[in-house]
Ligand binder design. Sequence first.
Ligand SMILES: [Zn+2]
Length: 396
Amino acid sequence: MRFCSKCVIPDTRPDLDFNEGGECDACRAYEMKHGYRKGLDWEQREKEFVEFIKPFKTGDPMRYDCIIPVSGGKDSTYQTHIALQYGLKPLCICFEPTLPTKIGRQNLDNLNNMGVDLIHFKRNPIIYDRLVMEGFRRVGDPEWINHVGIWTVPVNFAVAFNIPLILWGESPQMEYGGLHRVKEINKRLFDEDWMNDFGCLNGLRAEDMINESNGVSHSDMKMYIYPLREKLDEVVVNNVRGLQGVFLGYYFKWDIPTAVDTIETLGWRRRKGRVETTYTDYEGLDCYSMNIHDYLKYCKFGFGRASDDASRDIRNSRIDREQGVRLAERYDGRYPKHLVEKFCVRFGLSQNEFDDICDSFTNKELFERRDRKFVRDIDGSLVMKSKYFEARRHPS
Ligand SMILES: [Zn+2]
């Protein structure tokens, strides 16, 4: 495992590449976004957006112009703010988080109160719970089905309501790197190919879950299955045929601290105290189990949410690399006891069963083992090999 010389992200992160100088491409994407290197012309991009949305603004009082997939998180409030600023009439759709938090619910209510219609999609919990455990056991991610639902449910609603535009937030490749692996068209457009390649689905498709013996039928999965191409093409408005999903981060500079400042003036709230898996108080605060996903990321790849947050803060010059290293060492990989307890109670697991599943996905190369078992400190945390702490402190 090797670390970026600018931020604290390792090369174990999927889809991330390093240049000869040891810089990761998330750092390079940040510099492009902010115009330090061959920068992006954001004024031009904004004009492009204004032109792009023209045919979608029908002025028809009986129609919505676009769908916005929302949660209680910061990005969806910012997406909604932009849509309203540019005169669009959105229908917001929330796919319920696995373990919703109180602050997430309050922020979702706040988003609703910004003056938009909101559908809170409460999925069948019996099927959903089965799929959470399937995702956990099969690909080591209890959030697998949540990711599927976040991507597919708004698309299914768009087809059903004949709403031809979906406004997504910033594409993860813009924030976390891997942009050069994305097809040119998918830097702007969201589609099924992008979802399968980059939607955190680990190669598992919704259709793979249909199994009558497990009690999951095709009908149970209908909202999790991406609509057929013909169905997307049937969506039509003002001579524009075919549903389009775009990343707003393509048109607008998605600077998180600035976005958070903006949405706080609109009533969005941070949580009190930090999120258990990191040091910030505004990331991943709408769902407890998203933090479990972050913990598993640490088990698989040796870095967690704190490394992501510190890397972003290094890039935007809020902290230096040395401080980033300290924050990563302090917060990444701490066993999230409170979250694990919550998850285990909700899904009827013992802590040992939970740990056994995590262990089956934990990277043997990165963590200390003894007698063919992972070494854990008394607080339950895995022990990363010391050479990797060194590698992060002194990237070559
Ligand atoms: Zn970097």
